[in-house]
Design a protein around this ligand. Structure first.
Ligand code: GDP
Length: 391
């Protein structure tokens, strides 16, 4: 996202003004004043007043356009854990929904983690199911972790690496499963910077080296594609796609690829109005540029379990270089970025039709449900002896 990060309550209220009604905003303000009052005298490691943490956690969720209950839950997420406020008091003051979210986040924070790699996948699965009770608990927890990762420079070195590893093992995959790619990518890139700074900065510098050349190439493809689409009267947004350091790292070091073998360094994304247009554009792209064999994927006909939909193809670009192309509708793009979080997002102004969306969410929840144990959430939360959530 290219938006300016929300750092203060003023930024937060400004951003809310774009999509929330006055009554809801008044409630958010009340939650802010309440959190500020009760966190008085508490400070972050950075030396900043503590209240800036919940404000910035809420800000991450405001960027996604989430509902008032989630934003209020985010502002209040530490009051039961870190102040004199009881859960009952919070219920009296803000109602059962907000209290339930805060309680969920607090419980997650109490789980103790035994660092045993083989247990991770299992714990992971169980957590997701526990949280499926109300996915907004996970959204707040993910935003909480993202803000803690953004401010990790204030932690001692050892703690930085431990948090970064935990984030890569648990939180980024969790964000991926829920389809919230914006959070997933940022979590991965920050983690890599602490876990393997050498490789991280090596990739950054390699990306810089040919950036001008690559950008010129992408721009010429965008102009060319726009021209062809105009001729056939297809409305489309054609953009260069942002690159993520961690995914390049993965391809280079896990899949043993050379830097110049990585296709998605050069990538464009084409966003259109309808599924029909997606396939029409695919045909046009394949006519204009030669497709590379075995590189076409139809995630529209066969969506990923996290609801991701798109057409992927890699073609030979104008200078003979591989060019990755993604084609999707606006709705698909919204879900590709925010996944399950889109369910609680205000849809106005997002160009997302609700058509079929609820079924997609229901489907994702079904997948989560299928993985469910016989134990209920509460029981196994107690039985888990892991601590990936303690901050
Ligand atoms: P494939 O080999 O074509 O299936 O694709 P990769 O797994 O190599 O992913 C290529 C690119 O597609 C990624 O860098 C993302 O931009 C996009 N992509 C793939 N899977 C997802 C997903 O689940 N969510 C989102 N938002 N993007 C995805």
């Amino acid at each position: 996202m290219t938006k300016k990060q929300i750092v203060s309550i003023e930024d937060l209220l400004d951003a809310l003004g774009e999509y929330m009604g006055d009554d809801d905003i008044a409630e958010v303000k009340r939650a802010y004043e309440y959190a500020k009052l009760h966190h008085t005298g508490q400070f972050r490691r950075s030396g900043e007043p503590y209240i800036l943490h919940p404000v910035q956690v809420a800000g991450i969720l405001v960027d996604i356009g989430l509902d008032a209950t989630t934003i209020i839950g985010a502002l209040l997420h530490d009051v039961v854990e870190d102040t004199d406020i009881s859960l009952q008091q919070l219920t009296d003051d803000f109602g059962p929904d907000v209290a339930m979210l805060v309680d969920g986040v607090t419980k997650l924070g109490k789980i103790k983690y035994k660092s045993k790699k083989e247990e991770l996948a299992e714990n992971h699965r169980k957590m997701i199911i526990a949280m499926a009770e109300d996915v907004r608990v996970i959204l707040i927890k993910l935003a909480d972790r993202l803000h803690n990762m953004r401010t990790l420079q204030h932690m001692p070195k050892e703690k930085q690496v431990q948090k970064a590893e935990e984030t890569l093992e648990i939180f980024a995959p969790l964000a991926h499963r829920m389809g919230i790619s914006t959070i997933k990518w940022e979590l991965e890139d920050i983690s890599l910077r602490y876990i393997n700074p050498q490789q991280y900065y090596k990739i950054v510098s390699m990306m810089k080296q040919k950036r001008t050349e690559r950008e010129a190439l992408v721009t010429s493809v965008i102009t060319e594609v726009n021209g062809v689409l105009e001729e056939v009267h297809i409305d489309a947004d054609v953009n260069g796609r942002p690159k993520h350091i961690y995914s390049i790292y993965n391809k280079m070091f896990k899949h043993k690829k050379e830097f110049n073998e990585i296709y998605d360094l050069m990538a464009v994304r084409i966003i259109v109005d309808s599924i029909r247009d997606c396939y029409a554009v695919l045909g046009i792209i394949h006519t204009q540029y030669k497709p590379m064999p075995g590189r076409f994927k139809d995630y529209i006909a066969m969506p990923k379990p996290n609801m991701y939909q798109s057409l992927h193809t890699t073609v030979i670009g104008p200078k003979g270089e591989p060019l990755e192309v993604q084609i999707r509708t606006k709705d698909m793009h919204f879900i590709a970025e925010f996944g399950i979080a889109a369910h609680w997002a205000y849809k106005e102004g997002k160009n997302v039709s609700t058509n079929g969306f609820d079924e997609k969410i229901a489907h994702l929840r079904e997948i989560l449900e299928l993985q469910k144990d016989t134990t209920d959430a509460e029981e196994f939360m107690e039985s888990l002896k892991v601590d990936f959530f303690s901050d």
